[in-house]
Structure formats: C-alpha cells, structure tokens
Design a protein around this ligand. Sequence first.
Ligand code: ST9
Ligand code: ZN
Ligand code: ZN
Length: 334
Amino acid sequence: MAPNITSTPTGVLFEGETLPEPQLIEESKEKPKYVRSIVWRNVVIFSFLHLGALYGAYLAFTSAKLATVFFAILLYQLTGLGITAGAHRLWAHRSYKAKWPLQVLLVILNTIAFQDAAIDWARDHRVHHKYSETDADPHNATRGFFFSHVGWLLCRKHPEVKEKGKGIDLSDLESDPILAFQKKYYFILMPLLCFILPTVIPVLCWNETWTNAYFIPTVFRYIFTLNMTWLVNSAAHLFGNKPYDRFINPSENKGVAMFALGEGWHNYHHVFPWDYKTAELGNYKLNFTTAFIDFFAKIGWAYDLKSVSVDMVRKRVERTGDGSHELWGWGDKD
Ligand code: ST9
Ligand code: ZN
Ligand code: ZN
C-alpha cells in the first residue's frame, strides 16, 4: 500500500502526469479570487495510508510480536528527530550548527520520515514563519483545523505561497552537499528507507510476518508520525496559552509538545524562532529534541547553539504576553 511514486519534486506525481493549475478568477481589477484545486490523487493515497495505519494499530494489539511494536515506537521517535532536530531546528532555522556525522545521521532519519526533501520542507517552513496566517502561509491556520492539518497537502498551493516564497533565501540549503544529495536521489532513498527497510528488518531479524512488518512499523509508524507533525500546524496554531505574544495564533500546547518531541511550545517558537530549544523551558520539559541536541553538543557534534536571554524573554512577556506566564504567578507550574 506504499504510494507508487516515481519522480517529482513534491512526492506523489506519477511520471508524465500534470496537475491542473489553481485558478485566479478576476472578481474585480484589484482582487483576483483564488479557487481551490483539489489533488484527488493525494486524497486517495492519504486515505488508503490512513486506513492501512488503522489496520496496523489493530494488528499491534492482536497479533504482533512485542519487538515489532517497540521497533515502531523507536522509529517514530528517531524519525521524529530527523524532522525536529534536522529539518526544523537545524536546516529551516539554523538555530545550531552540526558537524557532518550528525548531519548525515539527521538526513538519514529525515529520509525515513518521508516529509519530502529537507530543502523543500525548510522552504515551506521559512515561508510559514515569514507570512504566518496569510495566504502565503502554506498551511495557513486561518483556513481551519483540517486545512492546516492535512488539507494543504491535498490541494494546489495558493499562488501567494509560490509568489512570496520566491523571495526566501535558500542559498545556505542549496549549497549544502548533503541536502543536495538527499534531494537528487530522494525517490530512490525515500522508498528504500521509509517503506522497504522498516518492513524487511522485523521479518529478517525476529521472524515477524510480512503483514505485521508492513502495517505496523511502516504504514502505522509513518502515518502516526505525520499526524503528530501536522498537529503543530493545526492544534498548536489554535489551542493553548499565549504567554509571550497574545496577538498571534501560535500557542503553547502541552499535548502537542509531548507527541511532537518538544515542538508544541509554539507561541514561544514563533516569537523567538532562532532558539534551538523552540521553548523557554530549560529542563527538557516535554522536549526530547533539546535533550538530543544537548547530548550531541556535549560530544562536540553540535555547536553554536542559539538561545534567548532571560531578560529578553521577560521584557517580551511583560509587553505582549496574555498573562499566563508564571511571571504573573498563576501560570503553568508543571
Ligand atoms: C508532509 C510535510 O507531511 C509536513 C510538514 C509539516 C511542517 C510542520 C512545521 C511545524 C514545526 C515543526 C514541527 C515538527 C514536529 C515533528 C514531530 C515528529 C514526531 N516557495 O509543492 P508544489 C513552487 S510531506 C517558493 O508541487 P503544487 C516551486 O517552483 C508528506 N516556491 O506545489 C515548486 O517547484 P520546485 C509526504 C514554491 O503544485 C512549484 O511551486 N509528501 C513553494 O501547488 C511546485 O511545488 C507528500 O505527500 C514555496 N514555499 O502542489 C507530498 N512551494 O519544488 C504532498 C512551491 O521544483 N505535496 N513552490 O521548486 C504535494 O503533492 C504538493 O506539494 C501539493 C501542492 C499538491 C500539496
Ligand atoms: Zn507555526
Ligand atoms: Zn519553525
């Protein structure tokens, strides 16, 4: 049930196939109206993958070996780090620097996660931060929970995303040989690492059935990790406190922080996007990714970790916070 992908920049076009352009209908001379163009092929593939994931969850409780379930959980955490410590904190935000062995490790984990080549992921994410909650934001949360969660992957991008995105500087990513290699060979590496290897390992190593190996650590793990990632765009843009800036939608969301390895402290992250912790909290509170980066900093593979001074945070909390920060004495105490 893996998507039968051949070779396109974004992941799910069959060779030779083209997609209809979204239309701009002239309502008046000043304001053309955007008409959404649904990509039905993506709707079908994601529907099948989600059904497969449900079946995988059923098998995990009924017939799988314990090792297979542990393997799926381990892959979720490791591939999640390929997104959080790799695509997000290292490549999209450059919030720390990594020596090449860590970059290689992260690009492998990132490819197993199959969220498209890191260069493309980081391009969309830089546009998201710069034009948050506007038509130029690829997963504009003002279009609702469903659109910002998955709907944006089921239709052509708003023309503003591409227009404004052209102005984003990607030279650091494009000149990175490791990222260029990943992008060039993505449609060989990704199926191998995301779908084939996680299926073959349980069968060869602990004699799991092909069905369990395919539906649990492969399809279920992939779809679960995707949904945990998408929650940052949907739930963490809609629900939670705003201790740092009450005038923006991104919020502090504990549930998302827990499942997205520390990426749910989204009010802080949109205010201080260069902080490698993506959160103010220093004690690894629901922030496995920070612990991971700190570990690699200890052994010298991560360095130049960027952060924000306590004074700068305090001033911002006092100026624009919603009053839920513990500076006011009644905030989050966990
Ligand atoms: C997936 C990504 O799921 C999830 C990302 C989530 C981000 C979350 C961020 C939150 C913070 C971090 C938290 C991490 C938490 C992790 C927790 C883990 C436990 N700028 O895209 P195309 C131009 S992927 C400038 O095809 P369409 C450009 O020329 C899932 N230009 O647009 C481009 O050509 P090229 C697997 C841009 O045709 C051309 O347009 N992947 C920009 O409208 C065409 O681009 C899939 O399922 C821009 N931003 O199609 C694939 N964007 O690339 C799904 C585009 O050659 N995607 N251009 O330069 C698709 O099928 C299509 O992209 C589409 C839009 C149908 C959605
Ligand atoms: Zn955001
Ligand atoms: Zn970010």
